[in-house]
Design a protein around this ligand. Structure first.
Ligand SMILES: [Zn+2]
Length: 195
């Protein structure tokens, strides 16, 4: 097991049962942080989703690496030394951070329920900034940050009306404080020239 603790931040190490079955990678191939929100009611539900085995060949599923609860507690489900499944097309180079937030839950694809109106508490964003600063030290190759919604722009049929289309992913959504976060770190947002 790689030794990669984060000494200056109280990260709770809570590896998913299948962590060791995920693909390993050198940290030097990681240059991107992808910001997500869980679109689920609470951390316990997010954990249950993360533990679900969806890929029978490898016995693994979908999750971020880190989860930050509304109270600012930081939980590591997957070490950055492993490729987690959280953003189609970007996983080998990315660390995924999930903020607990209801998002569109429970009607993710209902055209009438696309607002994401739960604010991110200050303490949750402060913990995110502390984690990002620590990751920049631990992973010197990190350069870019993006929202899941920036990287997965697909649309799907709305669940309430087949004639309508809604975004597959909207997280972290319009209430995520991009300016505050970008001011506090030295990563560049992917859509403004970080490649
Ligand atoms: Zn996401």
């Amino acid at each position: 097991m790689p030794n990669d603790s984060l000494p200056d931040l109280a990260v709770r190490m809570e590896p998913l049962p299948y962590e060791a079955r995920l693909e390993q990678r050198p940290l030097s191939q990681v240059d991107l942080v992808v910001m997500h929100c869980t679109e689920l009611p609470d951390l316990a539900t997010a954990r249950a989703y993360g533990e679900r085995v969806l890929y029978d060949a490898t016995g693994t599923g979908n999750s971020g690496h880190f989860y930050i609860d509304r109270d600012g507690s930081v939980h590591r489900y997957v070490s950055p030394h492993y490729v987690a499944h959280h953003t189609r097309g970007y996983n080998p180079r990315a660390v995924g951070i999930e903020l607990v937030n209801a998002g569109r839950y429970p009607d993710w694809l209902d055209s009438r329920r696309q607002a994401m109106d739960e604010a991110y508490p200050d303490v949750q964003i402060a913990a995110l900034i502390a984690l990002l600063r620590e990751l920049q030290i631990e992973i010197p190759s990190l350069r870019c940050i993006a929202g899941h919604e920036d990287l997965d722009t697909g649309e799907v049929e709305a669940s309430d009306d087949a004639a309508l289309r809604v975004p597959r992913k909207r997280d972290p959504g319009p209430l995520f404080p991009w300016a505050r976060v970008l001011d506090a770190i030295s990563l560049q947002r992917l859509d403004v020239g970080c490649s």
